[in-house]
Write a protein that binds this ligand. Structure first.
Ligand code: FMN
Length: 367
């Protein structure tokens, strides 16, 4: 408990600026993750049971991973598996380095268990990331569990050249991820969501496929969707992307919609432009998972993300069609114990429901 308190639960962290609290947690996680003792302490505190599932030809110890945006610079890769996650996604990374939007750009709405962020892909750029990740590998600090890279479009590159921008980043990071998430759904880069339209999507996937065809090993490409598109648009984007060789869907990114505020703090957070995550996103994310599974007949894996903060919301995402799930906001509001609590809950649900493995539960709601 002491460590959880230090990392996320310290009440002082709740009083200071959200991004600063996040940076302090990240700094602690980075140093704990880099030390063998630190990792074994995390491990003994947050050990998760096995609820194995094979996705994209890889064995995941259980479905729950860390969502994009928390570890933008892939600085704490070893901490995530020690904390019980079975996989993690670093980034968003863009081809060119970016500072992101001016601060403050991350706001909490505690009563809603929601965050609003307008980070704007602050990251060191793909070349610098490649250097850092290569170094991490040479000193044997690469996790054994699967790692995804979240790829965004550089702000200075217009949509007409987005294909080359995404492809160049994938090319640079190819050796440093097991799968690539094409993020065309962040609300914080002007025009990014327009990339869900067929013309742009075609050019992006063609450029990315060209890179992949030159590599010896095939790695999956996933498309991360916005919860704000209409269901018909979501179906159309998915079926088009499937024809162009996409391997999986991530549903969903943050929303630009807002609930009615319940406090001064949430009024302030909700009046800020940017993407809302956490509990208020849960029901829409579930709908999108359901729609995606329906549209694809369950033929390509779906990663469910958005408001997952309990064993029940995690289970709902899985029976709606998600083979893998992720969370971000729940780590802020619940602390790291949320990881093992969800995975233990999933294990119990699998047994109680009479399934022989969790893969039998995926999309069960559709039967
Ligand atoms: C501060 C912050 C930064 C984020 N950055 C990214 C990002 O770079 N790329 C991305 O695809 N999603 C990003 N996300 C979205 C999350 O990956 C996730 O889709 C969203 O938060 C919903 O999950 P949650 O309700 O569990 O937080 C970010 C979310 C937050 C709160």
């Amino acid at each position: 408990m002491g460590l959880a308190w230090r990392l996320f639960g310290n009440p002082a962290l709740r009083l200071i600026d959200s991004e600063r609290a996040h940076s302090l947690s990240m700094r602690a996680l980075k140093s704990i993750g880099e030390s063998r003792t630190g990792r074994s302490v995390l491990n003994s505190l947050y050990k998760t049971p096995e609820v194995p599932i094979e996705v994209f030809g890889k064995l995941f110890h259980h479905p729950l991973g860390l969502a994009a945006g928390f570890d933008k610079g892939a600085e704490a890769l070893l901490a995530w598996s020690a904390m019980g996650f079975s996989w993690c996604e670093y980034g968003g990374v863009t081809r060119f380095p970016q500072e992101g939007n001016p601060k403050p750009r991350m706001f909490r709405a505690n009563k809603h268990r929601a965050l609003v962020n307008k980070m704007g892909f602050n990251n060191p750029g793909a070349s610098e990331m490649r250097k850092r990740l290569a170094l991490r590998k040479t000193v044997d600090r690469w996790p054994k569990s699967p790692v995804a890279a979240n790829i965004g479009r550089s702000k200075k590159v217009p949509n007409d050249h987005a294909g080359d921008d995404y492809a160049a980043t994938i090319d640079l990071l190819w050796d440093h991820a097991d799968m690539f998430v094409l993020n065309i759904s962040s609300p914080n880069t002007p025009g990014l969501r327009d990339l869900q339209g067929h013309e742009y999507l075609e050019s992006i996937l063609h450029s990315c496929n060209r890179i992949r065809s030159k590599k010896k090993q095939q790695k999956p490409y996933l498309l991360k969707l916005s919860p704000d598109a209409l269901d018909d648009e979501i179906r159309s984007t998915i079926s088009f992307a499937q024809k162009l060789g996409i391997d999986g869907i991530v549903a969903t990114n943050t929303t630009i919609k807002r609930p009615i505020p319940l406090s001064t703090q949430s009024r302030k957070a909700f009046s800020t432009g940017g993407g809302l995550s956490g509990r208020p996103l849960q029901s829409r994310a579930l709908e999108v998972i359901h729609t995606a599974f329906d549209e694809t007949d369950g033929k390509i894996p779906i990663v469910g993300v958005g408001g997952i903060d309990s064993k029940d919301s995690a289970w709902e995402a899985i029976i709606s069609g998600a083979s893998l799930i992720q969370l971000y906001s729940a780590l802020i509001f619940n602390g790291p114990t949320i990881v093992s609590s969800i995975v233990k809950g999933l294990k119990r649900r699998v047994t109680e429901s009479g399934f022989s493995s969790i893969s039998e539960a995926v999309g069960y709601k559709h039967i």
